[in-house]
Design a protein around this ligand. Structure first.
Ligand code: ZN
Length: 111
């Protein structure tokens, strides 16, 4: 079970707010459609992962939001992997043998 607690609402309503959130989550878990929504969301293997107990938030718009994990590669955020030490770095140096190494490994004489 995963429950998102809004700090403002918690301060305003105290533990009643938390208990209401737990009750709502348990009710959603009992809904037979919850597993169906999770299964429908878990179709993008390796790109979008859905935990077996992922939160399913039902919507009045004829569907539900399914909590999932989206894969983001280091390359997508501008990082490369040093072929020598394996560190993720923002810049690599290309070597004559085709290896790409970080500045530290290059300066240390790697490749
Ligand atoms: Zn390195």
């Amino acid at each position: 079970m995963w429950i998102q607690i809004d700090a403002t609402e918690l301060k305003k309503h105290g533990l009643d707010y938390v208990q209401a959130k737990i009750k709502a989550s348990q009710a959603d878990e009992q809904n037979p459609d919850t597993a169906k929504y999770r299964a429908a969301a878990d179709v993008r293997e390796g790109e979008l992962e859905v935990d077996p107990d992922a939160v399913v938030s039902f919507s009045d718009d004829g569907g539900a939001y399914v909590m999932s994990w989206q894969w983001v590669s280091a390359k997508e955020i501008g990082l490369s992997t040093c072929d020598e030490c394996g560190e993720r770095v923002s810049e690599v140096v290309g070597c004559p043998d085709g290896a790409e190494v970080c500045r530290d490994c290059f300066n240390a004489g790697a490749h």
